[in-house]
Design a protein around this ligand. Structure first.
Ligand code: AMP
Length: 506
């Protein structure tokens, strides 16, 4: 089934319900959203001459247009390539090249950045700014029937940062996205028509993926006017659009419960907060439950098996009398309905209960591979199993606890930072002999990057110079917040840098 059918069905079942809202203001009903999307599909196919399977990217600060363009893309049988608005132009360029996107839709704040790299992206024919007539004109004309797609056709290229320093496009099919949606109803929640989802986290990731279960149930997708996460604004929106579903990274949950405005939230305004993407402190989780009621549901997933590997249900959060309530809160919960999850040794043999190994996943949500990257695909997908790179163990009741993250990844403010990416940039400086980047705990962001640098003999360099180099090459949020100049890096017998030793130093 083409995932665009979710909208077609909602337009039949809930034609007059509000589908999209800009802040407190309704933007389109389901009937009108379907109409707009199917006219936009005509433009994509006939005016812009895109062919089934062609890629359309977008670089957008959160806004209603992201939902419009995504459904227009699927309705037209094309492939969506959502990009995180915070990426560096070089990262945008890499993704646009790798995806071979022919069109890129932008919000005005990103229009210049994308225009500046257009020459480096041979396939990119057109950039459409959602505030121009070029975009509004796409709503004028005749509708197109939804394209017939095969379940395995790609629908969404989810670009994750790779440990190789280059983003990899996890190819998610229509079937993957449908399975993820149905799994939400099975394991997380079944939202009621007329409820809402507040998109305060980037639409290119978890919040965008959760659009499906709410849209298919006739809820309204609300985009804050500020285009970002602001706690008082979020609390205000809850008054206007109650029974809300919100996806938050753990650091965002912490910002919510630490803010005085959270005291104004009343029962029924928040239906569900799904949190995940990084570990959450149990103390924060308990505070959230005490303050907000039984609304928390955890998910553990990754772009390669979107939002679905394990979950810790609402009921488990509420099960305070259970003797293992606390360890369960610290776990990532039970395997999702649509996947098999194992903890294995290097050969793929399942580990006994309680023993730590790599987490592998198989099932309906697992990606078909990385777009145009067979080598990375072969490494991650083996005999139908996705090797997550995460390490953990099962307890006797089947709850999975994550022991470590994909080796050395840093998670700052809910965004993944791969040290290798930063190290690659620092290593281009002629005075840098070697370097290593690790995460340091940070009260607000969870973690922040710190670089250890060995300077070549006879040369000098400052942290400010390295900071400038990073700003020129990678997204702002990824750059190290501290540079530590050292005489040598700790290494093991094989000459591998021991990040574990560096971590002890911070
Ligand atoms: P991404 O592909 O950007 O969604 O990042 C996925 C990674 O985030 C996973 O492989 C885990 O390392 C981490 N992660 C996701 N969910 C959780 C969770 N509930 N608890 C701890 N880490 C998580």
């Amino acid at each position: 089934m083409n995932i665009a059918n979710l909208l077609i069905k909602s337009a039949q079942a809930f034609p007059d319900y509000v589908a999209l809202a800009k802040g407190e203001t309704p933007h389109l009903t389901y009937r009108n959203l379907l109409r707009k999307v199917s006219v936009m599909a005509t433009h994509l196919r006939h005016r812009l001459t895109l062919q089934p399977g062609d890629r359309v990217a977008f670089a957008m600060t959160n806004g209603v247009e992201a939902i419009e363009i995504m459904y227009a893309i699927w309705h037209a049988g094309l492939v969506a390539v959502p990009m995180n608005a915070k990426l560096h132009p070089r990262e945008f360029a890499f993704i646009l090249q790798n995806a071979g996107a022919r069109v890129c839709v932008v919000t005005p704040d990103l229009a210049e950045s994308i225009a500046a790299i257009k020459a480096d992206c041979p396939a990119l024919e057109r950039i459409i700014d959602v505030t121009t007539r070029d975009y509004s004109f796409m709503a004028v004309g005749d509708p197109l029937p939804a394209a017939m797609t095969a379940p395995t056709d790609p629908a969404w290229l989810f670009y994750t940062s790779g440990t190789t320093g280059r983003p990899k496009g996890a190819t998610l099919s229509h079937r993957n996205l449908l399975a993820m949606t149905l799994n939400y109803y099975a394991d997380i929640d079944r939202p009621e028509p007329g409820g809402s989802i507040l998109h305060v986290a980037p639409i290119s990731h978890g919040s965008g993926l959760w659009n499906f279960p709410v849209l298919a149930r006739g809820g309204v997708q609300v985009f804050p006017d500020s285009g970002r996460y602001d706690v008082p604004e979020t609390v205000g929106l809850l008054r206007r659009w109650p029974d809300a579903t919100i996806f938050l990274a753990p650091t965002m949950v912490k910002r919510l419960i630490d803010h005085p405005a959270a005291a104004d939230i009343t029962p029924g305004q928040i239906r569900t907060i799904t949190y995940g993407g990084a570990p959450m402190y149990v103390s924060d989780l308990k505070t959230s439950l005490d303050m907000l009621g039984n609304v928390m549901v955890q998910l553990y997933g990754q772009g390669e098996s979107p939002m679905t590997i394990t979950h810790l249900s609402r009921a488990e959060h509420a099960n305070r009398d259970h003797p293992r309530w606390e360890p369960r809160l610290a776990s990532a919960g039970l395997p999702d309905s649509c996947v098999e999850v194992r903890v294995v040794d290097e050969a793929g043999t399942p580990m006994p209960t309680g023993e730590v190994g790599e987490i592998i996943v198989r099932g309906e949500t697992v990606m078909s591979g990385y777009w145009q990257n067979d080598a990375a695909t072969a490494k991650s997908l083996r005999d139908g199993w996705l090797w997550t790179g995460d390490v953990g163990c099962f307890d006797e009741d089947g709850f999975l606890t994550l022991k470590d993250r994909s080796k050395d990844m840093i998670i700052s403010g809910g965004s993944n930072i791969y040290p290798r990416e930063i190290e690659d940039v620092l290593n281009t400086h002629p005075a840098v002999q070697e370097c290593s980047v690790i995460g340091r705990p940070h009260a607000e962001w969870g973690e922040e990057a710190v670089a250890f640098v060995v300077v070549r003999e006879g040369q000098r360099i400052t942290g400010a110079e390295l900071d400038t180099l990073c700003l020129e090459n990678i997204a702002r949020y990824k750059r190290p917040k501290d540079y530590k100049f050292v005489a040598a890096l700790p290494k093991n017998n094989y000459g591998k840098i021991l990040k574990t030793e560096l971590r002890k130093l911070v």
